[in-house]
Design a protein around this ligand. Structure first.
Ligand SMILES: Cc1cc2nc3c(=O)[nH]c(=O)nc-3n(C[C@H](O)[C@H](O)[C@H](O)COP(=O)(O)OP(=O)(O)OC[C@H]3O[C@@H](n4cnc5c(N)ncnc54)[C@H](O)[C@@H]3O)c2cc1C
Length: 406
């Protein structure tokens, strides 16, 4: 039987897979984007806060925005600091609408989108790859053939690694989030503010957050970072810290939970993932594009997908015969900044740095300009931490950085 054939099969319709499929379909290739969930509301797991530039860089419409934010608050156990701007600094995306939009773009440019299809395996023969999917509604197995196969399955890395034991060492994170409806006065107080909690009081060995969404809706979540699953055994459930934010910080008495969701991140320490193998290439969280310090991954997954798209085109045009240059470009782009973020994340969340140091660091940062704080938190320009301050504070911050052993 003749199999349906594609130039590119992309497995996983997250931000990386959806964007890669969109670019390649737009440039006229025959693309299949396949996703195991049968609709985007089912795994609506990401808090999806992102700076404004994401909208422009990736040409995203207003319809995917949950809300804009123009304030950024960091709350430690004892200190609270807010930086503001007269202009919007970023958005919280509606993650379901955003991924549905990317998929609709793939179809608009002539590609196919299969929802409810789980990748189950592939086999190689003479330059073509046969990919097998299970249609989850009826268990039917379906095979297609492709010239290029893309692993965009996020933390699962379902294509690049057949067995769990072959995967590199991960720094992992588990996050749970509630979408809640609150009283208008509580929403009005927090709308426009991206609030991050980093103190032991709010979320030991991790961080928690309150992000604004559409009117009267807030995303309230908590994430814990760990090296091995067994270290989690004696810790309180994440739900306890979400309840703490709702009861003690928001002081909401009459909130309604509209949705509960969550997921995992698995970041390879030292970026040791497999990026490519023959005609198979991995993108997004499958190659640890998420920045592990704050768990921001949407923008970086899309950036990496755009780089991959360029090499996939060259491969299909016969200009290159493998994806080694893709791997090199990804390392050039991510290695340095991701390495510093990884070390900070390990110090803060795994080694469990003294809570008072975190309080002090944030109290010194209050003298920084909003633009500089954005540069540190979203562009990982850590050198700005001391440069933006006067002599005395510079010395104090350097002392703290030494205590962090960075
Ligand atoms: C709780 C939480 C909060 C977050 N908050 C933010 C934030 O505020 N801002 C930000 O920028 N980032 C955030 N992130 C990170 C961000 O969501 C991820 O980095 C981003 O989604 C990665 O995109 P991706 O396309 O690589 O992978 P994913 O979004 O994980 O997509 C992978 C897709 O592959 C599918 N899949 C997996 N296996 C198979 C299979 N066998 N067959 C078919 N399909 C398969 C999955 O169902 C999924 O849809 C958060 C993450 C978590 C867990």
């Amino acid at each position: 039987m003749n199999l349906k054939s594609f130039d590119i099969v992309i497995v996983g319709a997250g931000p990386a897979g959806g964007h890669c499929a969109r670019i390649l379909a737009k440039s006229g290739h025959k693309v299949l984007l396949a996703e195991q969930n049968d609709n985007f509301n089912k795994n609506d797991f990401s808090s999806a806060a992102t700076p404004l530039e994401t909208l422009y860089k990736f040409d995203l419409p207003e319809s995917v925005i949950g809300s804009f934010w123009h304030k950024l608050t960091i709350q430690t156990s004892k200190v609270s600091q807010t930086w503001e701007s007269p202009e919007s600094m970023g958005v919280v995306l509606n993650f379901a609408k955003f991924r549905a939009f990317l998929a609709s773009e793939v179809e608009r440019f002539g590609g196919e989108v299969w929802l409810g299809y789980r990748y189950t395996g592939h086999s190689q023969s003479t330059g073509e790859t046969t990919v097998e999917f299970k249609q989850l509604s009826d268990g039917k197995l379906i095979k297609v053939s492709t010239k290029v196969l893309v692993d965009a399955t996020g933390f699962a890395r379902a294509i690049m690694y057949e067995k769990e034991k072959d995967k590199p060492d991960f720094l992992s994170g588990t996050g749970i989030e509630y979408l809640i409806e609150v009283e208008p006065e509580i929403y009005n107080k927090h709308s426009g503010d991206l609030i991050l909690f980093v103190g032991d009081k709010w979320m030991p060995k991790g961080y928690s957050w309150i992000f604004p969404m559409e009117p009267n809706r807030l995303k309230v979540g908590a994430a814990r970072i760990f090296l091995e699953q067994k270290t989690l055994r004696h810790l309180s459930p994440l739900k306890k810290y979400i309840d703490l934010l709702i009861d003690e910080y928001l002081k909401s008495k009459n909130y309604k939970i509209l949705d509960k969701h969550g997921s995992m991140l698995k970041y390879s320490r030292g970026l040791k993932d497999i990026y490519c193998k023959d005609n198979i290439i991995a993108i997004g969280d499958s190659v640890s594009t998420v920045n592990f310090l704050g768990g921001e991954g949407i923008r970086h997954g899309m950036d990496g997908a755009q780089i991959a798209g360029k090499y996939i085109q060259s491969y299909l045009e016969g200009k290159i015969s493998d994806f080694q240059d893709y791997e090199r470009e990804m390392h050039r782009k991510f290695d340095q900044k991701w390495n510093i973020s990884e070390r900070l994340a390990v110090r803060k969340y795994i080694d469990d740095v003294n809570d008072q140091l975190t309080d002090k660091m944030i109290s010194y940062l209050k003298y920084m300009k909003t633009e500089d704080v954005m540069e540190i938190l979203f562009h990982y320009k850590f050198e700005k931490i001391s440069r933006g301050l006067g002599g005395y504070l510079q010395r104090k911050i350097k002392e703290l950085i030494n205590k962090f052993h960075l």
